[in-house]
Ligand binder design. Structure first.
Ligand code: ADP
Ligand code: ZN
Length: 721
């Protein structure tokens, strides 16, 4: 580490460009009154995000409020009728105002109901057995007054199966759950900022802890915010909360405009007690927030991959800090950053759920060595013999199975056996992937005639021979479509659904498939990581992981962490009832520590192996990173511009004596993407401060936003491509 920064006023130096003159402020033309203003605490949060993640404030604010709210999508409403003079007896009213015979008749029928409460328009028309015209006349003649009322979420769309009264479960808490709640108690009764990592093995009952903690907060008249990864927002998952708390609002990207605006309105208006939502729900305008929960805090989908490139979990922590309230981060596989914080940051502490509830065991996991398997068996087999046998047994017992292969498509390498040619995308540094034609059936001869780039989505026809030497091409590598074919060949009549982003284009497809699986109409769910998370189906007795080491091929220091998380999470889908679960993990690297520890559900062992490596290279959690990526069609331009930016970073670091390491400019693993050349600069430092200082100078210099080559700034990046 270099010495501490010198205390020099930044603008005393001629090394740096002068502060650019601010744009002239434009006059206000109009105020959008139908949109609820963003509360002050969220404006402060916006300023922090804009500065920390280096994103213009306008863009930041735009990302915080759903489009449906900004456009003021029409809210579901109802019209309520009242007597203009409340409680006035019918004879007096009729004596006072002269009505036509039909109006008089209608009013006579309607009057008793109006004496007790306002009546909704449709109900009034039914009760009075009259047309809307008659009601309208009663309003014009000032007998009735009418007002519009915006509907709250459940009044518009009742949640099926959700009884009105909050239902308490019939089980007793496990000792670990009780201990966690006892530890949380002081924070919930006298709220203050504190971060608690709830580390519980899969199926250990974290949700029950969340629910009890929320109940305590609501009892004090406060509200709670629950963040979950987008894909976990299935109706089943939301129902676990709706069953216990009546006034829930939900926010996620799959909602129709009107619904989304309605829920937002219900939150801002103080109706909602609990908000359950995906990443951007961290901006839910809850007044009187008392507790934040981030479920599956390790999940990479909390990081937004466009500006502002914020991390939902970290923004949630910031929000909790500003509001001075507790935040619970729950997961079976904590992010190393979070885990490290519990050991070094006094605001953090660890709570553990080590066991599943009584009678429910962790599944047994077996590693299948695919190198060995290929020596012992002829032909191409995606399923090992052990997994095949296990599946046969599971199906015979009417059990269900989940099979994970974290790659979509059919084959990932098209190569020539004679000259070594590999079919690449013309726009990106990526191999083309063979895909089944949209209308072809599994195993259909000639059905696999398309190749697609998974980065720029270009689709072309599969060449029939090597373009260089005209020899035959082979297809290597396995994707979910190939696994689907093999499963259907080996298990004729198998009721299988494939779940990957090719088959699940909409959230509704995903929900429908999961519902069918829950009803037992499917035997096997086969899919990418979207089936690894959060699913709780008691009849799943077998989980297969094909190609468990696939992520290890990526040039990314988090490859092992991702492998560990994925295998732990998907293995956790098995054995969620008293029937024991079995897991088969197929790999070409059976000794890989991330895999062996995942198979023993042993987070501590994984951490012990991984942390020293991170420390050696000063990677997070032992350092902070900023990644800047520049892209342009011209290789020369992008190179020059990246060099200028790197020079500025270097000058700043030298001038202020900052402990920052600058790598680059250099081509990232993906040098060409979507027909543009890319260069990256990676800044690393022991803490965030020095990096922020460099970003501040870069912003002032005009090299970030005003230039002809836009720079993607990623603070605390997760994606290193
Ligand atoms: P996690 O989120 O930790 O994976 P869940 O909260 O999904 O675990 O709980 C797994 C299952 O165990 C759920 O079906 C839940 O209803 C049940 N459960 C939770 N706590 C208990 C308990 N104390 N006794 C019995 N069952 C429980
Ligand atoms: Zn491409």
């Amino acid at each position: 580490t270099l010495p501490a920064p010198e205390k020099t006023a930044p603008n005393q130096s001629e090394l740096f460009a002068p502060e650019p003159a601010p744009d002239p402020i434009k006059p206000i033309r109009d105020v959008l009154r139908q949109v609820a203003p963003l509360p002050g605490d969220l404006l402060d949060l916006a300023r922090w995000i804009s500065s920390y993640y280096c994103c213009p404030i306008g863009m930041t604010l735009a990302a915080m409020v759903p489009a449906a709210v900004k456009r003021a999508a029409r809210l579901p409403q109802r019209q309520l009728l009242n007597l203009t003079t409340p409680g006035e007896p019918l004879p007096e009213l009729l004596a006072r105002i002269k009505l036509s015979a039909p109006a008089k008749k209608a009013l006579t029928l309607l009057h008793p109901a109006l004496l007790t409460a306002p009546v909704e328009l449709q109900t009034a028309m039914q009760t009075a057995n009259c047309s809307k015209g008659i009601i309208q006349r009663l309003i014009t003649q000032t007998v009735l007054t009418s007002r519009r009322e915006i509907l709250f979420p459940q009044m518009a769309e009742p949640v099926p199966d959700a009884p009105d009264a909050p239902a308490e479960p019939d089980f007793a808490l496990t000792p670990d759950q009780t201990a966690a709640l006892v530890a949380l108690e002081p924070l919930l009764t006298a709220p203050r900022f504190a971060v608690r990592l709830l580390h519980g093995v899969t199926g250990s009952g974290k949700t029950e802890v969340y629910i009890r903690a929320i109940a305590q907060v609501l009892a004090q008249g406060k509200s709670a915010l629950v963040l979950v990864p987008e894909i976990s927002l299935t109706p089943q998952a939301v129902q676990r909360f709706t069953r216990r708390f009546p006034r829930i609002a939900v926010l996620h990207s799959g909602m129709r405009d009107q619904l989304r605006h309605q829920h937002w309105h219900a939150i801002a208006g103080g109706w909602a007690q609990v908000v359950v939502g995906a990443r951007s729900a961290v901006f839910a305008p809850l007044p009187n927030l008392g507790l934040i929960i981030v479920d599956e805090e390790h999940d990479g989908s909390y990081k937004q991959d466009e500006a502002p490139r914020y991390h939902g979990r970290d923004v949630a922590i910031k929000r909790a800090q500003s509001a001075n309230i507790p935040i619970i981060l729950g997961t079976a596989t904590p992010a190393l950053e979070t885990y490290h914080n519990t050991r070094t940051n006094p605001n953090f502490a660890l709570l553990e759920l080590r066991q599943r509830p009584p009678g429910i065991k962790m599944p047994t996991v077996r590693i299948v060595d695919m190198v060995q398997e290929q020596r012992n068996r002829r032909g191409l087999h995606i399923l090992s013999m052990a997994l095949e046998r296990g599946l046969t047994e599971t199906l015979a017992q009417k059990g269900q199975a989940i099979i994970l292969l974290n790659r979509r498509g059919y084959a990932h390498y098209i190569t020539c056996n004679r000259c070594g040619f590999v079919l690449m995308c013309t726009n990106c540094d990526a191999t083309l992937v063979v895909h089944r034609a949209p209308h072809a059936a599994p195993n259909e001869t000639g059905g696999y005639n398309q190749v697609r780039c998974h980065y720029c989505q270009t689709t072309t026809m599969l060449p029939s021979e090597c373009p260089d030497c005209h020899a035959k091409l082979s297809q290597l590598g396995q994707g979910t479509q190939r696994a689907e074919d093999e499963l259907l060949r080996k298990f004729p009549g198998l009721r299988l659904a494939r779940m990957d982003s090719d088959t699940m284009e909409r959230l509704a497809d995903y929900e429908a498939t999961l519902a069918a699986f829950g009803r037992g109409e499917l035997d096997v769910l086969l899919g990418t990581q979207m089936i690894a998370k959060g699913l709780d189906f008691p009849n799943v007795r077998l989980v297969g992981v094909l190609n468990a080491d696939v992520a290890m091929a990526m040039p990314d220091f988090r490859a092992a962490e991702r492998t560990f998380q994925l295998v732990c999470q998907v293995a956790g889908r098995a054995g969620r009832s008293t029937d024991p679960g079995r897991v088969f993990v197929q790999t070409y690297q059976p000794q890989l520590p991330a895999l062996t520890s995942a198979c023993q559900h042993d987070y501590a062992a994984y951490v012990q192996n991984e942390l020293p490596q991170r420390q050696e290279y000063h990677y997070p959690p032992y350092g902070r990173l900023v990644r800047m990526v520049l892209a342009h069609k011209s290789d020369t331009l992008v190179r020059q511009h990246a060099q200028a930016l790197a020079d500025l970073a270097l000058r700043t670091a030298e001038h202020f004596n900052l402990p920052v390491t600058i790598s680059g400019p250099q081509p990232p693993p993906m040098n060409r993407l979507m027909d543009a050349y890319r260069f990256e600069i990676i800044l690393s430092a022991p803490t965030a401060g020095p990096l922020q200082q460099i970003l501040h100078q870069a912003r002032r210099s005009g090299l970030l936003w005003q230039s002809q080559i836009p720079v993607q700034v990623d603070v605390d990046p997760l994606n290193m491509f």
